[in-house]
Design a protein around this ligand. Structure first.
Ligand code: IP8
Length: 248
């Protein structure tokens, strides 16, 4: 099983609120459709927010830790993400991909510690029935805090762990994890390898910066790749483009 994250900044125009990067989204959808036609099975897609969701969340002061108990605010943020999800689904459907939505707001929650609980039975069953489940960064109920943001990266980690993914791909705006000279680092086996480039600690990096991504991916059994849109097809074909993160 492959978990593929399409970065929000890849598929939207980050500078303009609620604007797609239509060309990039179509390119990503083309690559997914081609891979499925070429025999790839069991693909779960997660997309981020980019210019959808983030500005709504910041207008309402909502983060992964700071919640809201205002239903209007919750609907505003969740609604922006479901709007983007519709666009992603429609580009996939147009290409014959059997893509269906799974909205984390209706499925998951955080406990009082902020730890994410995400049931995955529906995702596993959809996969077994031949669908391509498409999840997205969203809000989730958060014990003691109302509703808080769940990022696409957190969903990727939870899905990969629970469904025992074979491969994880993060399609990003950069071609991989970059070193001080902006060259792509080929392989990361331990955080110490990159601590001087990415910073010693990812503790303050809760919203999906590279340090947090790498640290989260290092905790997983499966090999993960971080790559740019130009390498999505290669990743889905089984190559290891960009940076490979493998702690095994
Ligand atoms: O772009 C963001 O998901 P991300 C979700 O993966 C919201 O961090 C609601 C801002």
């Amino acid at each position: 099983m492959i978990v593929l994250k399409l970065g929000g900044s890849v598929i939207t125009d980050k500078d303009r609120p609620e604007t797609l990067d239509g060309e990039a989204l179509e390119r990503a959808a083309d690559a997914v459709a081609a891979a499925l036609e070429g025999g790839v099975e069991d693909l779960v897609i997660v997309h981020g927010g980019g210019s959808f969701g983030h500005h709504n969340a910041s207008e309402h002061g909502v983060t992964t830790a700071e919640g809201t108990r205002d239903a209007g605010a919750a609907l505003d943020i969740h609604g922006a993400m479901t709007t983007l999800n519709r666009f992603v689904l429609s580009r996939l459907l147009e290409r014959g991909v059997e893509a269906v939505p799974v909205h984390p707001f209706s499925a998951g929650h955080r406990d009082v510690e902020g730890d994410l609980e995400l049931p995955t039975g529906q995702v596993a069953t959809l996969l077994a029935e031949g669908f391509v489940p498409v999840l997205h960064g969203d809000l989730v109920a958060h014990a003691g805090a109302g509703a808080t943001v769940v990022s696409g990266d957190e969903l990727v980690t939870a899905l990969a762990r629970d469904l025992e993914a074979d491969r994880i791909g993060l399609c990003s705006t950069v071609p991989g994890v970059l070193d001080d000279d902006d060259a792509v680092i080929d392989r990361i086996a331990a955080y110490e390898d990159v601590a001087d480039v990415l910073g010693e600690s990812a503790a303050t990096d809760v919203t999906g910066g590279m340090a947090a991504k790498v640290q989260a991916l290092l905790t997983l059994e499966a090999e993960a790749s971080i790559f740019g849109l130009e390498d999505l097809e290669a990743f889905l074909a089984g190559d290891e483009p960009g940076t490979t993160i493998d702690s095994s």
